[in-house]
Design a protein around this ligand. Structure first.
Ligand SMILES: NC(=O)C1=CN([C@@H]2O[C@H](COP(=O)(O)OP(=O)(O)OC[C@H]3O[C@@H](n4cnc5c(N)ncnc54)[C@H](OP(=O)(O)O)[C@@H]3O)[C@@H](O)[C@H]2O)C=CC1
Ligand SMILES: N[C@@H](CC(=O)OP(=O)(O)O)C(=O)O
Length: 338
C-alpha cells in the first residue's frame, strides 16, 4: 500500500478525495490536512460532512494536521485540494521533499515542466516528471485540469481523428464547483450567473496544452482555437456544456466515434468501463440523471447534430476533480514513477 495524504481535506473536493480513497486498493489514507481552524480536531468534527454518501467512519478519528510539509513526513503521495493561492508553496515543498503531488489547484497547471493530465487523453505527458527530476526534484507535481476543461477534453478524445480548427463551448456549471462556502443560496436560487472568474480563460488555454503533443522536452499546443462562455446554474453537482466544433457534414461518423471510442489505458481501479458514453435520447445528458454514471467518472454525451453540435456533462467534483486526480495517481504508479 502507498501511504497518502489529502491537503484541504475538509472542503468540497477534499471530502470527495476522502470518500474515494477510503477503501482504495492501493492507497492508504494516513494524513488529512486543512487550515489552522481545523487542525488538531478529529476529522469527523472538523469536516462538516456534506456529501450524499455516508461519512467514512474508518477515517473519522484521524487528527487533522496543519497544512505543512512537516505534517506529511509519513506519506509518499499527497492529493491537493487547496485553494490555488495557498497551494503553490506547500506543493513545491512536498515535491522537493520527495513526495509525489497530484494537484487539483490551478497554480502549476501551465508550467512548462508540469504535466496537465487527463489520462485517457494525454497520459504520455506524464513524461514531464522526468524533466522535473532532471532539475533535482525527488518527488513531482502532476496536475489535473479545471473541471469544465476535463469534461470538454474527454469529449474531444473520440474526435481526434477528425479534422477541425475551431471549438466553441458554453457551460452550465454546478454550484459545488465554487466550494462549500462559494455561492450563497440567495445568489443562485431561481437564477443563473453568467460569469465565473477566470474560468473561460482556463478552458481556452488548458485545452490546448492537454490536446497538444509532448516530444519529450516540451508541449506543442494543439493547433485549433477554443472560445468559452461559462455560466453558473442552480445544480448541486454536474457541469453541462454545449459544444460547437467545425467538423463538416459527418454527423453519423461523429456519433459512431462517441459510441465506440475506448481509452487504451490498462485496467485501473478508478477508470470507468466507459470514459465517454453516448446517450441516444433527445433530452439527455442531464446532471441529476447521469452524473453518477461510472461511479461519477463517465462523461455523458448526447444530441449530436449538424454543425457539429453536441452536449456533454460530467460530475465536477469526481470526474472533474478528486476522481481525476486519483486516476492520474493510478497511472503514475502503473508507470513506476512512484
Ligand atoms: N469544486 C470543484 O469542482 C473543483 C475545485 N478545484 C480546485 O480544488 C481546490 C479546492 O476547492 P474546493 O474544495 O472547492 O474549496 P473549499 O473552499 O470547499 O475547501 C478549501 C479547503 O482548503 C482548506 N483551507 C482554507 N484555507 C486554508 C489555509 N489558510 N491553510 C490550509 N488550508 C486551508 C480548507 O480547510 P478549512 O475547512 O479548515 O477551512 C478546506 O479544506 C481549489 O484550488 C479549486 O480551485 C478544481 C476542480 C474542481
Ligand atoms: N472554477 C470551477 C472549479 C474550480 O475550482 O476550477 P479551478 O480548479 O480551475 O479553479 C467551478 O467553479 O466550477
Amino acid at each position: 500500500m502507498i501511504s497518502v495524504g489529502v491537503l484541504g481535506a475538509t472542503g468540497a473536493v477534499g471530502q470527495r478525495f476522502v470518500q474515494l480513497l477510503a477503501g482504495h486498493p492501493n492507497f492508504e489514507l494516513s494524513v488529512l490536512t486543512a487550515s489552522k481552524r481545523s487542525a488538531g480536531k478529529k476529522y469527523r468534527d472538523a469536516a462538516s460532512w456534506r456529501l450524499e454518501v455516508p461519512f467514512p467512519e474508518d477515517v473519522g478519528d484521524i487528527i487533522v494536521s496543519d497544512t505543512t510539509v512537516e505534517s506529511l513526513k509519513k506519506v509518499d503521495l499527497v492529493f491537493s485540494a487547496l485553494p490555488a493561492d495557498l497551494a503553490g508553496e506547500v506543493e513545491m515543498q512536498c515535491a522537493k521533499a520527495g513526495i509525489g503531488v497530484c494537484s487539483n489547484a490551478s497554480t502549476y497547471r501551465m508550467e512548462p515542466d508540469v504535466p496537465l493530465v487527463v489520462p485517457e487523453v494525454n497520459a504520455d505527458h506524464l513524461g514531464m516528471i522526468d524533466l522535473q527530476r532532471d532539475k533535482g526534484t525527488d518527488g513531482f507535481i502532476v496536475t489535473n485540469p479545471n473541471c469544465s476543461t476535463i469534461m470538454l477534453t474527454c469529449s474531444l478524445a473520440p474526435l481526434r481523428t477528425f479534422s477541425f480548427s475551431d471549438i466553441k463551448v458554453a457551460t452550465m456549471q454546478a454550484i459545488s464547483g465554487a466550494g462549500f462556502e462559494g455561492i450563497p443560496g440567495m445568489a443562485i436560487f431561481d437564477n443563473l450567473i453568467p460569469y465565473i472568474g477566470n474560468e473561460e480563460e482556463k478552458m481556452e488555454r488548458e485545452t490546448l496544452k492537454i490536446m497538444g503533443t509532448f516530444d519529450g522536452a516540451e508541449v506543442q499546443n494543439a493547433p485549433f482555437s477554443v472560445s468559452a462562455c461559462c455560466n453558473r446554474v442552480p445544480v448541486i453537482d454536474g457541469h453541462s456544456m454545449s459544444v460547437w466544433i467545425d467538423i463538416k457534414d459527418q454527423v453519423e461518423k461523429v456519433e459512431k466515434a462517441f459510441r465506440t471510442w475506448k481509452s487504451t489505458l490498462p485496467d485501473l481501479p478508478t477508470l470507468p468501463e466507459k470514459s465517454v458514453d453516448y446517450i441516444d435520447l433527445p433530452d439527455r445528458p442531464q446532471p441529476r440523471l447521469d452524473r453518477m454514471k461510472g461511479k461519477g467518472m463517465t462523461v455523458s454525451i448526447g444530441r449530436v447534430r449538424p454543425g457539429i453540435r453536441y452536449q456533454a456533462m460530467g460530475h465536477n467534483t469526481i470526474r472533474g476533480a478528486a476522481g481525476a486526480s486519483i486516476l492520474n495517481a493510478e497511472v503514475i504508479c502503473d508507470r513506476d514513477y512512484l
